[in-house]
Design a protein around this ligand. Structure first.
Ligand code: 5RP
Length: 233
């Protein structure tokens, strides 16, 4: 999607959702980046926000914009978290993690009164799974964990190929938390909650990118404007 549509979605979310004084969770990725820019603009215009970033990349961006930051431990409950997504379905279940930030993103989302997604039409799907599911795993015995992940998909009747995500230099990508990521290319996730429950039970699996029942609304940018799907603020 063009950067212009990402910005439009972020602007509409800011217009309808932001109120000075809020505690915010700041998402990660090329769409969430626009929302962080807007929070920076609002702060320069005199509004106040206290924010928790969901990745080191977002922390660096927010710091460069002079956005006041704190930690999830210190902030208490967050009013609003705004993030991107790789896919969302009609029930607003999400696949996240292409930026390898889904562990912190989920921890921040779960500790938020409201979590919303900004996205473009390419992220809207009837069923999750066209995009590979990101799964963060510990480095120790990652091959064993990878096989357990494949079994969990198989138990749900889903064909899967698990690939260890590589960094640009060809070595295994290491997340902000020191872990590896599996990209699970799959045949489609008919029951996201059931697959999530199976994945949650695997020792060595730190967090998967299925966000079930966490997202309240999606701001969907298109050339026709921004549609709001889900619950209004
Ligand atoms: C990072 C994420 C991102 O929010 C997701 O990958 C969407 O990114 P983008 O806005 O660049 O398409 O989950 O872990």
């Amino acid at each position: 999607m063009s950067d212009h549509l990402k910005r439009l979605a972020a602007e509409k979310a800011a217009e309808l959702e932001l109120r000075s004084g809020m505690k915010l969770g700041l998402g990660t990725g090329s769409t969430a980046k626009h929302f962080v820019d807007i929070v920076g603009e609002r702060i320069r215009a005199g509004e106040t926000y206290l924010c928790v970033p969901t990745s080191e990349a977002t922390r660096l961006q927010a710091e460069s914009l002079g956005i006041p930051l704190t930690t999830l431990d210190d902030i208490g409950e967050i009013d609003l978290t705004v993030d991107g997504a790789d896919e969302f379905d009609p029930a607003l279940n999400l696949v996240k993690g292409a930026g390898a930030a889904h562990l912190r993103e989920k921890m921040v989302a779960i500790n938020s009164k409201r979590m919303i997604v900004i996205a473009d039409a390419s992220k809207k799907v009837v069923q999750l799974g066209a995009f590979p599911l990101s799964v963060e795993i510990v480095q120790f015995a990652h091959g064993t964990t990878s096989r357990a992940v494949a079994k969990a998909f198989a138990a749900e009747g889903i064909a899967v190929e698990t690939r260890l995500r590589k960094a640009k230099d060809g070595t295994a990508l290491v997340t902000d938390n020191g872990n590896f990521v599996l990209d699970c290319v799959n045949s489609g996730i008919a029951n996201p909650a059931a697959l999530a429950a199976r994945l949650d039970g695997i020792p060595g699996l730190v967090e998967h990118g299925l966000f079930v029942g966490l997202c309240s609304a999606v701001y969907l940018g298109s050339e026709e404007g921004v549609a709001v799907i889900g619950k209004s603020p």
